[in-house]
Design a protein around this ligand. Structure first.
Ligand code: 9MR
Length: 390
């Protein structure tokens, strides 16, 4: 099995050989799966680093490409760290800025891991974004005690102030509030009945954004959510509720700069992605907000075939179809995948995987478990290159 370094070295050698001979007949033996790619493909197709990385191709089309990273993996795996530095113009800690990780006790913050990632990012001229200041799934047990619960509002303000001040001027953006809409909870405006909603009331969202802006006037402040990508009834309703939320915030002059569309999409779905998403992005653009694709990956547990070649091709097409719609709008400025390599995807322990494909690790991301590029890499890169001139 060829390593990633060997793949890249081989690809560059093959590219050089083709360029030198001007011949289309150079064999691509030794290029793993890509041995199957006809030799008439341009030599540059096989090079995935430097000017042919996702980072560089995005930058040529008005985009910043990046990924979520589990910081421990960057600290302990030099090949992974190299891959991140090579491919990403922006990084976001997957978990390490969430309340539970960052604030183990009311009076204790642990910034060590995100600080490490920030200096790693700075030393590789990457941006970093923050995820997140408020999420119903990361509420520490200590704040839910009868003693602390009534003080939730003050803890909330202190937390956002402390964390945003710590990184003031250093982050490109913050996911200030994550996943606040859940129509099934039956609340006005479709608001989720989260801990924060119940303790502070519906204005906790405005409070979070105002507090974040006061502590860091430079970071772009983002509302981030999922379930808005498809042309189905649930997603249509969620898009409507998010637009209503954002319009209300604009009217109340709440500081907000961007909408994060998580983009956890699925392969082999009967539901389509099309006009609903395009119209939604356009409505956001007309409000003067930017759009970030913040957590993109393709859950492939509905693909019936086990053949990895077939699955990779379907996953790649799913990325291409999605990005064709999303990148048509000039409002879209950032594209991040939720991790970069199948080695670390959350989808292997995601909500449907164990039921549908318990024995089949997901092939959801642009790089495989050994950090070799897959069809998804080339589909994403082509989507950047095919972005209309805006
Ligand atoms: O991928 C993340 C996983 O490692 C964590 O265990 C989980 C809980 O903190 O969060 C996952 O990331 C989620 C993100 O923060 C918000 N959108 C959905 C992501 C996938 O569940």
């Amino acid at each position: 099995m060829q390593s990633r370094r060997e793949f890249i070295a081989n690809s560059s050698r093959v590219a050089a050989a083709i360029a030198a001979t001007g011949s289309a007949a150079s064999p691509l033996t030794g290029c793993g799966r890509y041995a199957a790619i006809p030799a008439v493909m341009p030599a540059s197709f096989h090079d995935v680093s430097g000017s042919r990385s996702l980072r560089a191709n995005a930058a040529r089309h008005g985009l910043v490409f990046g990924s979520a990273v589990i910081i421990h993996n960057v600290q302990t795996d030099p090949d992974f760290a190299e891959l991140i530095a090579e491919q990403c113009g922006i990084v976001v800690p997957t978990n390490e800025l969430k309340w539970v990780a960052l604030r183990p006790a009311p009076d204790r913050y642990d910034f060590s891991r995100p600080d490490f990632l920030l200096s790693f990012a700075e030393s590789h001229r990457m941006l970093m974004r923050g995820h997140n200041l408020c999420w119903h799934e990361s509420v520490p047990a200590w704040i839910q005690t009868p003693e602390n619960r009534p003080r939730a509002r003050q803890f909330f303000i202190d937390h956002i102030t402390t964390v945003c001040s710590h990184y003031a001027g250093k982050l490109q953006s913050w996911d200030v509030v994550n996943e606040a809409i859940n129509p099934g909870d039956g609340q006005p405006g479709g608001l989720r009945k989260s801990f924060w909603f119940e303790q502070i009331g519906p204005d906790y969202i405005d409070l979070a954004f105002r507090t974040a802006r006061a502590a860091d006037p430079h970071a772009r402040l983002t509302y981030n959510d999922y379930g808005v990508e498809y042309d189905n009834a649930n997603n249509t309703e969620k898009r409507r509720l998010i637009l209503e939320l954002l319009r209300g915030m604009r009217q109340r002059e709440v500081p907000i700069d961007a909408l994060g569309i998580q983009s956890h999409i699925k392969a082999a779905q009967p539901d389509k992605i099309g006009k609903g998403l395009a119209d939604f992005i356009e409505a956001i653009r007309q409000m003067g907000l930017e759009v970030y694709l913040t957590e993109m990956d393709v859950n492939e547990d509905d693909i019936a075939a086990d053949d990895p070649v077939k699955r990779d091709s379907i996953v790649a097409q799913t990325y291409a179809d999605y990005l064709r719609i999303a990148l048509a709008s000039p409002a879209v400025k950032l594209v991040l995948t939720w991790d970069l390599s199948d080695r670390f995807t959350w989808l292997d322990s995601g909500p449907t995987h164990h039921r549908k494909q318990p024995n089949r690790p997901q092939r959801s991301l642009p790089f495989d478990r050994d950090y070799r590029p897959k069809d998804a890499f080339f589909a994403i890169r082509n989507s950047f290159d095919n972005r209309p001139e805006l």
